[in-house]
Each structure stands twice: as C-alpha cells, then as structure tokens.
Design a protein around this ligand. Structure first.
Ligand SMILES: [Zn+2]
Length: 113
C-alpha cells in the first residue's frame, strides 16, 4: 500500500475513507481520496494530526464523537453536526488562514522581485 512518509505524518492517498468524506486522520496517518490531496486538505488534516497528539487516542475520540453526538441530539443533520465539532472548526480555520498567508507571501515575493 502506497503510504508516503512525510514531515511529521504519513500520507496514504487512495486509502479507505468514510462515505461522504474526502479524508480522515488516524493518529499520524492521513488518508485521502485519490486526487483530493489539495494544499487545503493536507493543512486541514495536519491540524487533526496535532489534535491527536494533544489529546491522545481516547481524548481525541471522546471529544470528537461527544461533540458530534451532542449536535445530533440538538437535531442537527450529519453535516451540520460535523461542521460544529470544535476540532473541525479549528482545522478549517487554521487551514484557511495558512492558505491566505501563503498566497500573500507569494504575492509580496513577486512584487518585491
Ligand atoms: Zn477535519
């Protein structure tokens, strides 16, 4: 199986991913669908790698599933509950912020040269 060792994580492109998702992170293993390893996706999943390290297997799973179930109990659908999980909010926020910073850095380099 083509698992690529990268800086601080392993990437498995084309591995098993839950229905309706483009990627999943289990500890330091990032699995994404073929063709979905975009810069946003990798930055997003890397935040999850750090969250797994921060909370541990039990802590991460309990928090993640706990928040998901809480929002389902509050009558949100699957996607609505998923988007409200604090770890997903953090991953999305960090991935977007880093992308906009990267674009700005490239632009200022181009202007400067
Ligand atoms: Zn995520």
């Amino acid at each position: 199986m083509p698992v690529e060792q990268r800086d601080g994580y392993r990437l498995w492109e084309g591995g098993p991913v839950p229905k309706g998702a483009d990627g999943i992170t289990l500890g330091s293993l990032v699995i994404v669908r073929h063709g979905k390893a975009t810069p946003y996706m990798l930055r997003h999943e890397l935040v999850h790698v750090r969250q797994w390290r921060r909370y541990g297997v039990v802590g991460f799973s309990a928090r993640y599933l706990g928040h998901y179930l809480l929002w389902r109990l509050r009558r949100k659908g699957h996607r609505g509950a998923y988007l409200r999980i604090p770890m997903e909010i953090e991953a999305d926020w960090v991935a977007r912020r880093q992308l906009s910073t990267a674009v700005r850095d490239e632009l200022s380099q181009r202007v400067a040269s």
